[in-house]
Ligand binder design. Sequence first.
Ligand code: HEC
Ligand code: HEC
Length: 243
Amino acid sequence: MIRVVLIAFLFFADFAIANTIPPVEVPDTMSERVKACTACHGKEDKQGRDAYYPRIAGKPEGYLFNQLRNFRDERRHYRPMALLLKGLPDQYLRDMAAYFASLKQAFPPPEPLKSSPAEIELARRLITQGDAGRKIPACVECHGKDLMGTEPFIPGLLGLPRVYIIAQFGNWQNGGAMRGETPDCMSEIAKQLTTGEASAIAAWLAAQPVSEALSERVNPTAPLHGKLAERCSSIVLQSGGVQ
Ligand code: HEC
Ligand code: HEC
């Protein structure tokens, strides 16, 4: 009997100690690993030159993974990141992609919209209807009705800086050196847009507020199918994509 009481006492003592002593910090946590990243892809609103850094929190895991591989393998060029990612195995990149995809982070306030009414109308038309005559599908068909992205490979378009979006269109339009060496749906679409159209679209997108309901979206749009998926198949079928 005494033994039982003693054991019970020890058990509860252990339990009490476990509850009062804070858990030991494990140094190799994901948030430790990505500290170098959040200096640029952090929570704070970026100003001035830094306003170029794209938001990555909450983007589809497959998209983030593909981009990390593109930077590492020099298919997309940005030197500070290439240095950080050099030699990292796919699994490590996949883990980081999963981490950022699961991250909930407030969206920055919308940028002021300085476009003319005609530019606003043009942007809205291309985004929601496309241009059938030029075989440009509406952006919403792939990026989701709410423009918040389509699992697992297509990123959302809201909360990105205007200058970043303009630069991406420039990269696609000026050839493969900067973004995506293989032709894909997005570079095809970008090449069909004029500079004026791309810039009107970028201004409009960056000026859209993102409500909490949108950012908390739980039911992602269904993956692409049919013709649209075929058009993007070089991305959708990239080997080693998210399983
Ligand atoms: C010195 C600042 C800086 C650091 C550090 C940095 N990034 Fe970036 N990141 C950028 C910039 C700038 C771009 C856009 C480059 C371009 O225009 O293609 C970018 C692009 C990206 C993209 C593509 C975003 C998109 O929407 O296409 C991902 C994903 C990403 N970074 C993840 C990371 C991760 C993970 C780390 C840490 C290992 C990291 N970055 C470290 C500045 C940085
Ligand atoms: C047929 C499907 C499809 C259509 C239509 C489409 N996109 Fe995309 N978009 C994609 C895919 C796929 C990617 C990812 C590309 C990659 O992995 O490099 C992408 C990526 C992007 C990005 C990069 C975002 C980032 O975080 O770097 C921007 C900006 C973009 N699209 C804008 C647009 C706009 C604006 C339109 C309408 C004019 C549009 N897209 C229409 C499939 C599409």
